[in-house]
Design a protein around this ligand. Structure first.
Ligand code: ADP
Ligand code: MG
Length: 238
């Protein structure tokens, strides 16, 4: 579970083609990073996969099934928003439970999933606190917990660490990588930060103006950048 295929996916806003026809395969369990400068289309591409934007043309398949016309809730994916999207008046437990409650899931199943997520994220002792009583890193973990309980085929992250300070960002990077190992689920992670891309990814997708410049492992891109844009972005010597 968690194989995502894009077949000539295109996005226009009005007359402006932000994503020209783009092909990409994301394999089951892969940690894929979309990297590129601000405005290159990373968020748009992620939102197309999530179903938060409609494609102008092309097809998206998730685990072999057509997903292009499915609403976000039916795609089996979970978007992780930045921690400031938490409800300040609700406990951690209620914040994590919220999507399940909305979906009308039985209480005992909600409880099981909350406990699993809390264990995976080391939040067990914090379930009765409110977001305001947590550190920035703990708040970000709660935001991830809200995605975990949906047991998605893939997690989608859009610059989740950009509002954390530099030291915390390093720690959270390691925590998300660790979580990827624990859950063994596909993760798509958007960043404009080369270090995040190089340290977290199984596969990096380098974007420029909506085009894929190169796809490869961090080492492949470092050793064999296809052009000076990739080399410059990845920081390799070419
Ligand atoms: P990134 O996440 O890489 O910074 P985005 O995907 O947010 O880039 O944006 C890519 C391009 O699409 C930018 O030129 C941006 O201005 C444009 N864009 C994004 N969303 C919209 C929208 N809803 N309407 C019009 N243009 C948009
Ligand atoms: Mg963006």
């Amino acid at each position: 579970m968690g194989r995502i295929t894009l077949d000539k996916v295109t996005k226009k806003f009005g007359d402006v083609e932000v994503i020209p026809p783009l092909d990409l395969t994301i394999n089951d369990g892969e940690f894929v990073v979309f990297v590129g400068p601000s405005g290159c289309g990373k968020s748009t591409l992620l939102r197309l996969i999530a179903g938060l934007e409609d494609v102008t043309d092309g097809e998206i398949r998730i685990d072999g099934k057509p997903a292009t016309d499915l609403p976000p809730a039916k795609r089996g994916l979970a978007m992780v928003f930045q921690s400031y999207a938490l409800y300040p008046h609700m406990s951690v437990r209620k914040n994590i439970a919220f999507p399940m409650k909305m979906a009308g899931m039985p209480e005992d199943e909600q409880k099981r999933r909350i406990e699993n997520a809390a264990r995976a994220l080391n939040l067990t002792d914090y379930l009765d606190r409110r977001p305001g009583q947590l550190s920035g890193g703990q708040r970000q973990r709660v935001a991830i917990g809200r995605a975990i309980v949906r047991e998605p085929a893939a997690f989608l992250f859009d610059e989740p660490l950009s509002n954390l300070d530099a030291a915390l960002r390093v720690g959270m990077r390691m925590e998300i990588s660790e979580l990827h190992k624990k859950l063994d689920t596909t993760m798509i992670y958007v960043t404009h930060d080369q270090v995040e891309a190089m340290t977290m990814a199984d596969k990096i997708v380098v974007l420029r103006a909506g085009n894929i410049e190169q796809v490869g492992s961090p080492l492949e891109l470092y050793r064999n950048p296809r052009n000076t844009f990739v080399a410059g972005f990845i920081g390799s010597p070419k």
